[in-house]
Design a protein around this ligand. Sequence first.
Ligand code: MLT
Length: 332
Amino acid sequence: MRRLIAAFAAVSLVAACSNEGGGGAEGDTAAAYPEENITFVVPFSAGGPTDTVTRMIADPMAKALGGKIVVQNVEGAGGTVAAGQVAQAEPDGYTVLMHHIGMSTAPALYKDLGYQPLEDFATVGLVTEVPMTLVARNDFPPSTLADLTAYVKANSDKVSLANAGIGAASHLCGLLFQSTAGVKLQEVPYQGTGPALTDLVGGQVDFMCDQTTNTTGQITAKKVKAYAVTTPERVKSLPDVPTTAEGGMPELQVSVWHGLYVPAGTPPEIVTKLSEALKTALADQAVIDQMAKLGTAPVEAADATPDAHRAYLDEQIKTWAKVIADAGVKAS
Ligand code: MLT
C-alpha cells in the first residue's frame, strides 16, 4: 500500500508537473500578468479620434488588470507603421495595438504591407464603431451636402481634402465621397486627423471626413461647418447634423469600428485577461457617458471577444478589398 501510495503520489506529482511543465512557466507568466507596464500603441497622432478612444478605456482596463497602461502614439502611413511594429513585438501581452477599420483596408491598399492582419495578430475584442462627419472650414462656400457636391464638381482642381494617410478612415471616407460625387480632389495627408482638424479650423484646408469622436467639439462650438453624418440615423450628440441620406447621398455610409490586437503567439490566457478587462471597461458608466458625448457607444459584450473580433476582421478585409477594387484604387 505504502509503495502504491508513494507510486501514486509520484504519478500525480509527475502529472501535476507535466500539466505545469508544458504550460508551467507560461501558465505562471499568464497568472502573474501584468508584472510590468502595458503599452497601448495608437497608430495616429495624439489628440485625434483613435487616441481619444484609446485613452477612454486605458485607465479602466488598467484597473481591471491590476496594472498600468501607457499610451504611445506611433504615426505614419495610414496606421500601417504602428501595426507593422506591433506585429514584430514580443508576444507577451505588454504591447497592445488599438486599430480601426484601417486594419481591414490596408491589405487592399498596400502592396508591401509587411504584415498579415489575420496571421500576425491575435484579436482581443472590438471596442466601438464611430460614425463619421463631413466637415469643412467655416468660411467654405457650400452650406448643404447638395451644395457641397455641386461645388466640388465645379471646383475639383481647387478643393483640398484632408486625411490621415492612405488606409486611414478619413482616407477611406474621402475615397467613398469622391467616387460617389464623381470627382477627384487634392488630398492633403496628415499623421492623424487631430492635426488635420486644427488646420481645418484654421482654414488651411477646405474639407475632411472624420469621426465624431474628433469633430463633435468643433461642430457644437461652430468652429467648423458640418454637412452630414455617414450613418443611417442622426447622431444623438449632433441632433442638427443631417444624415448623408437626408442630404441626397444615401450611398455614403461608413462608420469606424475599432479593436485591440496583440502579436500572434501571445498566450491565450493573457488574451483572455485583456478581453475580460476590455469588457469591464466598456461596461463602465464613465466610459459609456464619454462615448455618448462624442457620438458613439461601446460594442456589445459579446463582440468584445477574440472570436467575434476575428470573424468581423475577416469579413471586413473581404468587403473592403472589393469596394477598393471597384473604386479603381490601386495599392501603392
Ligand atoms: C486618427 O486617430 O487620427 C484617425 O483615426 C485617423 C483616420 O483614420 O482617419
